[in-house]
Design a protein around this ligand. Structure first.
Ligand code: NAD
Length: 478
């Protein structure tokens, strides 16, 4: 018996979870449950994280968490429990298989079998946001080398363990040269360790277009958090319904299994939701904990039910379905098919699947880091960048000069375009004229002088060379 933690969640959560628990029990899953309350009720009772300390303890003790979707109330400072569970528990890999079940489920893409491996802990989902001026807010996009190494190596290991042929990386490294640039660089470093697996890279925009248009060209896709979130919903939806795909969230200690869709409040409590997404999450969980035979038995019964044309409303169509059923009746049909195999769709076979074990990340020797300047961000309500430059030149000292001013990344001084629209948020770069090293004290002096000159400085970013390589972006147009 394996003890796991479950949460029935919000919206359609309880219906699809109950249907899945019934199927797992009928299939002989060796599971015991600790049920915890998370989500909307907990949020609205005043807990902004949506989960109590006791519930965290249960998840951390049992290490396996099976979760129905939850509703994050809008506004009010509520933190997404999905995001915090993934991050607190170090669940770095989110694996989302999206497969079509042609000719039994209507889809424009009959030959589709894509696994999206989404980075789960960082990127814009670090949730570090600030309003800096009346007109401008910012969200920090954090990409780390350990984060990239773990997820990219996981994608290649997953491909190997599951007999997949190709890993594709999606990034936007042509624009975000530091953050997405690091993701791409690590992909290029790691791909050579897997000569048996084909690899390729697409810029995220054309890559997503190709995924939506001809998904059969992809096998495993590895990408950063936000891109992965977006493209996995697209991929699941074009298989026939977002209600079909399950997902695993894998960490070194704990794991969480769920559907990829949300709590679907629009159809909650009506017994019409498709429980297949969370059931596919349950199958991934059973494989993960070694209950392979039960996983295969459930998957085969589910595939047979798809073939029988017994479908919930989201995938029902006159052309491919025989009977429209509710959530409970769909679960009954899967239970009745336990022990049977599909005749057209490929039956499940996980006997040869191997657990994925990643080598631990080892930190590299620190590089030589040289401070060569500072970007001073300023709140200024004026319009003419020359006027701002004149004020800022009063802060120059010690060979450190104003080098450029940008507004939303576009160079406006020296020699900007008069057509460029400017907000009240200015990035003002100070550097040593001869590219020499500067000190922290120089930066503190610039800040003190900006106070004396009534310049509203809102933050600074240090400019570094790492091993002599410039490691900050230039202004657009510089
Ligand atoms: P959603 O995925 O809940 O619903 C999108 C659409 O798909 C709706 O029309 C819904 O009826 C349909 N749908 C979703 N699952 C279905 C199923 N199993 N069967 C049939 N139809 C299904 O997305 P949303 O409406 O943007 O979000 C609703 C809530 O879910 C929000 O509060 C959001 O924060 C939350 N959410 C939770 C998770 C999670 O817990 N992992 C993930 C995404 C969204």
């Amino acid at each position: 018996m394996k003890r796991i933690t479950i949460a029935k969640g919000d919206g359609i959560g309880p219906e699809i979870m109950d249907a899945t628990l019934r199927i797992m029990e009928a299939a002989g899953a060796q599971l015991e449950y600790d049920e915890i309350e998370v989500g909307e009720k907990v949020y609205l009772a005043g807990n902004t994280s949506g989960i109590s300390k006791e519930s965290w303890d249960k998840i951390r003790t049992n290490k396996i968490f099976f979760k129905a979707p939850i509703t994050t109330p809008q506004g009010g400072g509520y933190k997404s429990l999905n995001v915090s569970t993934r991050k607190f528990l170090g669940l770095y890999a989110n694996v989302r298989p999206c497969k079509s079940y042609h000719p039994f489920v209507e889809t424009k893409h009959p030959v589709m079998d894509v696994v999206i491996v989404r980075e789960n802990e960082e990127d814009l989902y670090a949730g570090i946001e600030h309003q800096q001026t009346d007109e401008v807010v910012q969200c920090l996009k954090l990409i780390s080398r350990p984060g990239c190494e773990k997820i990219i190596r996981y994608a290649f290991e997953y491909a190997r363990a599951n007999n997949r042929k190709k890993v594709t990386c999606f990034s936007k490294d042509n624009i975000m040269k530091q953050t997405d640039g690091l993701f791409r660089k690590v992909f290029d470093e790691i791909k050579v360790e897997y000569p048996d697996i084909e690899n390729e890279h697409w810029i995220i925009d054309i890559g997503s277009a190709l995924l939506a248009d001809s998904p059969e060209r992809f096998d495993v896709i590895v990408t950063a958090n936000l891109y992965g979130d977006v493209i996995s919903d697209i991929a699941a939806q074009i298989t026939g319904s977002v209600g079909l795909a399950g997902s695993s969230n894998i960490g070194e200690e704990c794991s969480m299994f769920e559907a990829i869709h949300g709590s679907a409040p629009d159809i909650a409590g009506k017994n019409i939701a498709n429980p297949s997404g969370i059931l596919n999450g349950a199958i991934m969980m059973l494989i993960h904990i070694g209950q392979i035979e039960v996983a295969e038995k459930i998957q085969n019964a589910w595939l047979k039910t798809m073939e029988d044309g017994i479908h919930t409303a989201d995938i029902y169509s006159e052309a491919t379905s025989k009977q429209k059923v509710g959530t409970k009746e769909f679960a009954d049909a899967v239970i009745a098919n336990l022990g049977q195999k599909p005749s057209t769709l490929k039956p499940a076979d996980y006997a040869s699947s191997k657990p994925i074990e990643l080598r631990k990340y080892s930190r590299k020797a620190p590089r030589n880091k040289q401070l060569v300047g500072v970007d001073l961000f300023v709140d200024w309500k004026g319009e003419d960048p020359n006027e701002l430059a004149a004020k800022l030149q009063r802060l120059e000292a010690n060979g450190i000069k104003l080098n450029m001013i940008t507004n939303r990344g576009i160079k406006v001084w020296p020699e900007g375009f008069k057509e460029t629209f400017c907000t009240d948020h200015w990035r003002c770069r100070f550097k040593n004229e001869e590219n020499k090293e500067v000190t922290k004290k120089d930066i503190i002096d610039i800040l003190s002088r900006s106070e004396e000159n009534e310049i509203d400085s809102i933050k600074t970013e240090n400019l570094y060379l790492f091993d002599g390589v410039q490691s900050f972006s230039l202004g657009q147009g510089q």
